[in-house]
Write a protein that binds this ligand. Structure first.
Ligand code: PLP
Length: 404
């Protein structure tokens, strides 16, 4: 390996996003190389023994060490302002790694009721089976979090803003609560990304990512990661990765690595479009209510602006007019089906704008009663705003709204 020039100290996020990586190879490639190799040869047996024993740095086997994956990890850690990062095969793989690394039977977790559905299933279902209990509490009422803490509480898990209602929680207050209880705070930073929100600066210990969303940014690969201190990654997460193999492929890591290069400008441009679209929807006569942290009408607008660099992010939801579940569903479907541009799919974080009805997709496995308790009615539509021209997005939504 030829040494790359060392990066100066104090670089800004936009610079780290295109520059932080492992050293170049002897060929001096300007775009980071994709190392599609399952294993790495060792110069001799003594070196090999030291590397396997962890006494010397060196790539061994791509289940737990690969230079392309390491570049992605280094770049994401730099963007989050954290010491270290470990990539995983998916966002859910990262959350699995988090729980396997930190929890054992008898431990207790406090988690928001509004987090990603599979996170709830993993904690309540899978980890419940192994004797880890989770209390699910209000996203916004810190008193409920406090009341749920008990002697065995090891982890507080938050996601902010949430999907699809964009509820915001106070990261600083949760971090203080966790630390008073001798627990750690993990924050799923999927919706904001480090371009808008760096949870570590507000006291979080671990940042969780689904790289599938904004980090890739163009809807190509499934990926995930945990950012944390070097000691947590080394002592708690790498050993699990080595044994469990929830590994991110070098190819997917490379795609995310390239995606990160445009993260800052994408998040800014997509957030600006989302804000304009939210304002337009809020003024539309066929729209009952808009959920978007960038609007002054959002219940946690002030907190969101302070915590998210003054941006609302790129996901918004809105209730269309409609009495009761049947008419609500019919009207939501009419608006969605009248679009000619927006993609009807349940993903988010793409430069292509996406439209979905949460009640029949992401929240389709809940009962109607559970959905109502979560505030997700049949007339709710979620839009993950991409990079199309705003006038085209408005026209696409107006097609259906004007029919109601
Ligand atoms: C998509 C998502 C996940 C899971 O990520 P995958 O890469 O799909 O496994 C976790 N949290 C949030 C907030 C998500 O949107």
């Amino acid at each position: 390996m030829s040494r790359s020039k060392p990066l100066p100290e104090g670089l800004h996020l936009d610079t780290l996003a295109v520059r932080a990586a492992v050293d170049k190879s002897q060929y001096g490639e300007n775009s980071e190389a994709l190392y599609l190799s399952s294993s790495f040869t060792q110069p001799d047996s003594e070196t090999s023994a030291r590397r396997f024993a962890g006494e010397e740095e060196g790539y061994i086997y791509s289940r737990f060490t690969n230079p392309t994956v390491a570049s992605m990890e280094k770049r994401l850690a730099a963007l989050e302002g954290m010491e270290s990062c470990i990539a995983a095969a998916s966002g859910m793989g990262a959350i699995l790694l988090l729980c396997m690394g930190l929890l054992k039977a008898g431990d207790h977790v406090v988690c928001s009721r509004s987090v990603f559905g599979s996170t709830i299933k993993l904690l309540a279902g899978e980890f419940g089976k192994f004797g880890v209990q989770t209390s699910f509490v209000s996203q916004t009422d810190i008193g409920e979090w406090k009341a749920a803490i008990r002697p065995g509480t090891r982890l507080l898990f938050a996601e902010t803003p949430t999907n699809p209602l964009t509820e915001v929680c106070d990261i600083r207050a949760l971090a203080d609560l966790a630390h008073e209880a001798g627990a750690l705070l993990a924050v799923d930073n999927c919706f904001c990304t480090p371009a808008l929100q760096q949870p570590v600066k507000l006291g979080a210990d671990i940042v969780v990512h689904s790289g599938t969303k904004y980090l890739d940014g163009q809807g190509r690969v499934i990926a995930g990661a945990l950012c944390a201190s070097q000691s947590l990654v080394k002592e708690k997460f790498i050993p699990v990765m080595r044994s469990a193999g929830i590994t991110l492929s070098p190819f997917n890591a490379w795609v995310v690595l390239k995606g990160l290069e445009t993260l800052g400008i994408r998040m800014e441009a997509q957030s600006l479009r989302a804000l304009e679209l939210a304002r337009w929807l809020e003024a539309h006569p066929k729209v009952e209510r808009v959920y978007y942290p960038g609007l002054a009408s959002h219940p946690q607008h002030g907190l969101a602006m302070a915590q998210q660099s003054g941006r609302g992010g790129a996901v918004l939801s809105f209730d269309v007019k409609g009495q009761g579940a049947d008419e609500g569903r019919r009207n939501a479907f009419r608006v969605i089906d009248a679009t000619q541009l927006l993609s009807i799919t349940a993903n988010l974080g793409d430069v292509k704008s996406i439209i979905t009805q949460p009640a029949s997709t992401s929240h389709g496995r809940l009962t109607e009663q559970q959905r109502l308790e979560a505030g997700i009615r049949q007339n709710l539509i979620r839009v993950a705003v991409g990079l199309e021209h705003l006038d085209d997005l408005k026209a696409d939504l107006a097609r259906g709204l004007d029919l109601l």
